[in-house]
Design a protein around this ligand. Structure first.
Ligand SMILES: Cc1cc2nc3c(=O)[nH]c(=O)nc-3n(C[C@H](O)[C@H](O)[C@H](O)COP(=O)(O)O)c2cc1C
Length: 183
């Protein structure tokens, strides 16, 4: 059975990112996947300081919740990265999470992430789709580097308030279908 892990980088529960990622996971579940949702704001994930303990076969020296998240990442077939645009970039929560992917940047650990599929879910306020271009390039370059593949993306301009995305039924349907297609 395929495992799909949704990661929410917005601090806002029941916000637009949460709704989008949940809809993708609903689609995946309907198609038979085992799904799990992680709220980064519920976890303690500290900054990577490049000590490289993880490159020497040790547990991350931060000894925080990320040590329990690494196995979830490794066991998943697809990772859904959900973040709103914050100042033309991912949220600090999401950036801090990706910084901890340094773990996968040594030969022993690279094999655990290589070829893993990823999808993006990105809502934001402005109407101009270019608003998300730096954020998308950030993910593309990180995943290229890590030898992962982006298999889907839902980019939703024009949503500001918590849950406003519920009005965009077409984008939610698209998210559901993306989830189904991932399985
Ligand atoms: C700190 C902060 C920075 C933001 N920066 C941008 C921005 O640069 N461009 C934009 O279009 N929206 C920006 N927004 C608006 C959010 O992207 C928008 O409200 C989004 O729908 C929030 O998603 P959420 O409900 O999942 O938290 C910002 C919001 C916050 C709180």
């Amino acid at each position: 059975m395929k495992k799909i892990l949704g990661i929410i980088g917005s601090p806002r529960k029941n916000g637009n990112t949460h709704i989008l990622v949940s809809r993708i996971l609903e689609g995946a579940q309907t198609a038979g996947a085992e799904v799990e949702l992680l709220f980064l704001n519920d976890l303690t994930i500290r900054e990577c300081d490049g000590c490289h303990a993880c490159w020497n076969g040790h547990e991350c020296s931060k000894r925080d919740d990320m040590n329990a998240v690494y196995p979830k990442i490794i066991e998943s077939d697809v990772l859904i990265f959900g973040t709103p645009v914050y100042w033309y970039a991912p949220t600090a929560l999401m950036k801090g999470f990706i910084d901890r992917f340094v773990y996968f940047n040594c030969p022993e650990n690279r094999a655990k992430i290589k070829n893993k599929s990823a999808a993006l879910a990105v809502p934001f306020e402005e109407d101009n789709p270019e608003t998300a271009s730096v954020l998308i390039e950030f993910f593309e370059r990180c995943f290229d580097y890590l030898e992962m593949k982006i298999v889907g993306r839902i980019i939703v301009p024009g949503v500001t308030h918590r849950g406003e995305i519920l009005r965009k039924e077409d984008r939610l349907e698209e998210s559901f279908l993306l989830g189904k297609s991932l399985v």
